[in-house]
Ligand binder design. Structure first.
Ligand code: FES
Length: 130
Protein backbone atom coordinates (compact mmCIF):
# COMPACT_ATOMS: atom_id res chain seq x y z
CA UNK A 1 0.00 0.00 0.00
CA UNK A 2 1.33 3.39 -0.90
CA UNK A 3 1.03 6.37 1.35
CA UNK A 4 -0.31 9.52 -0.22
CA UNK A 5 2.50 11.89 -1.12
CA UNK A 6 2.64 15.09 0.86
CA UNK A 7 4.45 18.12 -0.43
CA UNK A 8 6.82 20.11 1.74
CA UNK A 9 4.16 22.80 1.85
CA UNK A 10 1.59 20.34 3.18
CA UNK A 11 3.99 19.17 5.85
CA UNK A 12 4.76 22.73 6.89
CA UNK A 13 1.10 23.54 7.21
CA UNK A 14 0.43 20.46 9.29
CA UNK A 15 3.35 21.26 11.55
CA UNK A 16 2.23 24.85 12.04
CA UNK A 17 -1.27 23.74 12.90
CA UNK A 18 -0.01 21.19 15.37
CA UNK A 19 2.33 23.66 17.00
CA UNK A 20 -0.38 26.23 17.44
CA UNK A 21 -2.58 23.65 19.08
CA UNK A 22 0.23 22.45 21.31
CA UNK A 23 1.11 25.88 22.63
CA UNK A 24 -2.38 26.19 24.00
CA UNK A 25 -2.51 22.71 25.47
CA UNK A 26 0.99 22.07 26.72
CA UNK A 27 1.76 25.48 28.02
CA UNK A 28 -1.64 25.60 29.71
CA UNK A 29 -2.25 28.95 28.19
CA UNK A 30 -5.69 30.31 28.68
CA UNK A 31 -5.45 32.84 25.91
CA UNK A 32 -3.49 33.49 22.78
CA UNK A 33 -3.08 36.77 20.95
CA UNK A 34 -1.98 36.47 17.36
CA UNK A 35 -0.85 39.68 15.70
CA UNK A 36 -0.93 39.52 11.92
CA UNK A 37 2.43 40.68 10.64
CA UNK A 38 2.09 40.62 6.88
CA UNK A 39 3.74 43.32 4.82
CA UNK A 40 0.82 45.66 5.06
CA UNK A 41 0.18 44.85 8.70
CA UNK A 42 3.69 45.99 9.51
CA UNK A 43 3.30 49.05 7.31
CA UNK A 44 0.10 49.90 9.16
CA UNK A 45 1.75 49.68 12.57
CA UNK A 46 1.43 46.04 13.62
CA UNK A 47 4.75 46.17 15.48
CA UNK A 48 3.46 48.83 17.84
CA UNK A 49 0.32 46.81 18.40
CA UNK A 50 2.41 43.74 19.15
CA UNK A 51 4.51 45.76 21.61
CA UNK A 52 1.40 47.09 23.31
CA UNK A 53 0.04 43.57 23.80
CA UNK A 54 3.38 42.34 25.14
CA UNK A 55 3.54 45.28 27.54
CA UNK A 56 0.02 44.69 28.74
CA UNK A 57 0.74 41.02 29.39
CA UNK A 58 4.00 41.79 31.18
CA UNK A 59 2.51 44.57 33.29
CA UNK A 60 -0.39 42.38 34.33
CA UNK A 61 1.94 39.55 35.27
CA UNK A 62 -0.37 37.11 33.47
CA UNK A 63 1.43 33.83 32.86
CA UNK A 64 -1.33 32.13 30.95
CA UNK A 65 -1.41 34.43 27.93
CA UNK A 66 0.80 33.98 24.87
CA UNK A 67 1.46 36.64 22.28
CA UNK A 68 2.55 35.41 18.91
CA UNK A 69 2.58 36.51 15.30
CA UNK A 70 1.38 35.18 12.00
CA UNK A 71 1.36 36.16 8.39
CA UNK A 72 -1.16 38.41 6.81
CA UNK A 73 -4.84 37.85 7.34
CA UNK A 74 -5.76 38.88 3.82
CA UNK A 75 -7.55 42.09 4.68
CA UNK A 76 -4.99 44.78 3.92
CA UNK A 77 -7.36 47.66 4.42
CA UNK A 78 -8.28 46.64 7.96
CA UNK A 79 -4.74 46.29 9.27
CA UNK A 80 -3.32 46.18 11.88
CA UNK A 81 -5.23 43.10 12.93
CA UNK A 82 -5.01 40.59 15.73
CA UNK A 83 -6.88 37.43 16.59
CA UNK A 84 -7.69 36.67 20.19
CA UNK A 85 -8.25 33.05 21.10
CA UNK A 86 -9.49 32.09 24.49
CA UNK A 87 -9.58 28.39 25.26
CA UNK A 88 -12.94 26.89 24.39
CA UNK A 89 -14.27 30.14 22.89
CA UNK A 90 -14.59 31.12 19.25
CA UNK A 91 -11.61 33.21 18.10
CA UNK A 92 -12.29 36.93 17.64
CA UNK A 93 -10.58 39.00 14.97
CA UNK A 94 -9.88 42.62 15.74
CA UNK A 95 -9.23 45.15 13.01
CA UNK A 96 -7.88 48.71 12.60
CA UNK A 97 -5.85 48.39 15.77
CA UNK A 98 -3.50 50.76 17.51
CA UNK A 99 -1.67 50.43 20.84
CA UNK A 100 -4.52 51.99 22.86
CA UNK A 101 -7.06 49.60 21.37
CA UNK A 102 -4.70 46.71 22.04
CA UNK A 103 -4.52 47.63 25.72
CA UNK A 104 -8.27 47.90 25.97
CA UNK A 105 -8.70 44.51 24.31
CA UNK A 106 -6.26 43.02 26.76
CA UNK A 107 -8.10 44.43 29.76
CA UNK A 108 -11.65 43.82 28.65
CA UNK A 109 -11.43 40.67 26.57
CA UNK A 110 -8.41 38.72 27.78
CA UNK A 111 -8.77 39.64 31.41
CA UNK A 112 -12.42 40.54 31.68
CA UNK A 113 -13.86 38.02 29.25
CA UNK A 114 -15.88 40.66 27.38
CA UNK A 115 -15.33 40.93 23.63
CA UNK A 116 -14.71 44.56 22.60
CA UNK A 117 -17.39 44.52 19.91
CA UNK A 118 -16.51 47.99 18.63
CA UNK A 119 -13.16 46.78 17.30
CA UNK A 120 -14.14 43.26 16.32
CA UNK A 121 -14.71 42.06 12.83
CA UNK A 122 -18.15 40.46 12.48
CA UNK A 123 -17.83 37.25 14.41
CA UNK A 124 -18.05 34.03 12.47
CA UNK A 125 -17.90 35.94 9.19
CA UNK A 126 -15.06 37.30 7.15
CA UNK A 127 -17.10 40.24 5.95
CA UNK A 128 -15.41 43.62 5.88
CA UNK A 129 -18.67 45.52 6.03
CA UNK A 130 -19.09 48.13 8.72
S1 FES B 1 -0.16 41.87 2.55
FE1 FES B 1 -2.02 42.88 2.93
S2 FES B 1 -3.34 41.55 3.91
FE2 FES B 1 -1.58 40.47 3.37
Amino acid sequence: MELPKLSIEDLKKIKEREMARMTLREGEHRAKIVVHMGTCGIAAGARKVMEAFLEAVTESGARDVVVTQSGCAGLCNREPMATVEIVEKAPVKYVDLNPEKAKRIFQEHIQGGQVVEEYALGRGSESTAG
